[in-house]
Write a protein that binds this ligand. Structure first.
Ligand SMILES: [Zn+2]
Length: 127
């Protein structure tokens, strides 16, 4: 949204459509309303923190003076799978860094042996 505002030269994103993989939380939903986004399309529902109907529907609050057209659950299985891969990779990365510290430093042989997938990615990123 920040990049869109910079591109448009306006914090108001009038007549825009925002596509996201995950149902926005309360903070993001409020930002979307205040930015005057016209349409929101999201993939996976977030039963723990989603604010487009899961725990609350910020977009349906009657006192807000801007309406966003919300389309949820679009390609939800694909989006959920993508989010799981992303967070699995992050967890793997953190475990790798901890193991690196314990085993003598970043990229050490012991850490690489414990987390070969992450170690390969780290090696390809640093070169
Ligand atoms: Zn959020």
């Amino acid at each position: 949204m920040r990049a869109a505002g910079q591109a448009l030269g306006n914090y108001r994103l009038n007549d825009t459509t925002l596509y996201v993989t995950l149902e926005p939380c309360i903070m993001c939903a409020a930002a979307i309303v205040h930015a005057r986004v016209r349409r929101l399309v999201f993939g996976a529902w977030d039963q723990r923190a989603g604010a487009a109907g899961s725990i609350i529907d910020v977009f349906a609050l009657p006192s807000l003076n801007h309406r966003v057209d919300v389309f949820g659950g679009v390609l939800s299985a694909e989006c959920a799978a993508q989010l799981e891969r992303f967070f699995d990779a992050r967890r793997g990365w953190r475990s790798y860094l901890r193991a690196s510290d314990a085993a003598g430093g970043f990229g050490s042989t012991a850490a690489a042996a414990a987390f070969p997938q992450v170690a390969t990615r780290a090696a390809s990123k640093s070169s």
